[in-house]
Design a protein around this ligand. Sequence first.
Ligand code: PLP
Length: 354
Amino acid sequence: ASDKKLIGKVPVPSANAPVLLNFNENSLGMSPKATKAIQAALPETFRYPDAARGEVIATLAKVNGVKPDMVSLGNGSSECIQATVHAFGGPNVQLVVPDPTFDSAEVYAKSIGMKVTKVRLNAAHQLDIPAMKKAVEAFPGKSLVYLCNPNNPTATITPDSEIAPWINSAPASVTFLFDEAYHEYVTDPRYQSAVKWVQAGKPNVIVARTFSKIHALAGLRIGYTLAAPATTARLNEFCSIDNTNIAAAVAANASLQDTAFIQRSLQATALARQITTKALDELGLEYLPSQANFMLHRVKGSSAAYREEMKKRHMMVGRPFDHYDGWNRLTLGTPGEMTAFVAVLKDMRRQGLV
Ligand code: PLP
């Protein structure tokens, strides 16, 4: 599609219709095929969702080169993360997480009394694998390691060359949860999905993915894990029965097969990123290399003051993160939304605010 067509409508932010660039949603909206699938399934929603769940599990297995008994669905990948922590964690198990990262593994671990060890990102704002490995080796009990790749809030990837030697040599007492929520956006060839270890039958590797990002189904709540059959069976024991509703399941199944939509979604985000980085370059504001549908960039002064100024202009931008005051996490909305964002950002520069 041409850039002009992709840019689409440039919104005029207002109190009633702020531009929402704060939750890493996909404001392109879902695939038209997903919408149609929901409409067609609606009359059948008096039934339990087993058939629809079975279909999306079969498609996920096919697309990812695994068997259906290696796929577990969640009410969003958040439920998959919760199930993993509850199934493989416990009061005597340590959770090792990057710092900062998406914090739901930590939240679920704390709720069951787990020790949480936070490991700062390295100088390249990537996961510090040697330091995470050290934290595991220093702990006398079992560890569950959460590896968010690409990481949130930095949108950076951690290269396979850094991760692979650890996964290949770690004892089975270490469980690895890879959160690949933004997997589909990655273009950096140094990244590799951890699915290869699942395909190879490694029982201690779990990969969580979501339909909330590239597939734009955040409000319908559907995510999944890929893991060895016995690992998946264990995860299922910690998920609520029939956790995926029919609308989410049929929409996900249709979206997975709508390659044209996925391409359009990727193109829109790439253009949104280009519009944003061009402006940040012009304004001399540093940013990290984004491999996701959001990016972390420098602001002038504190992040909180910047967010307030943006909010006054009806632009909702990302939240605070430890160690990154003076930065803001910005969701890449539609190219039109980012055009509106850039106008506000440049206006704030004229006022000396950024
Ligand atoms: N994992 C990461 C890294 C995320 O950024 C998010 C949401 O922003 C999630 C998981 C949760 O997504 P959901 O529960 O919608 O699948």
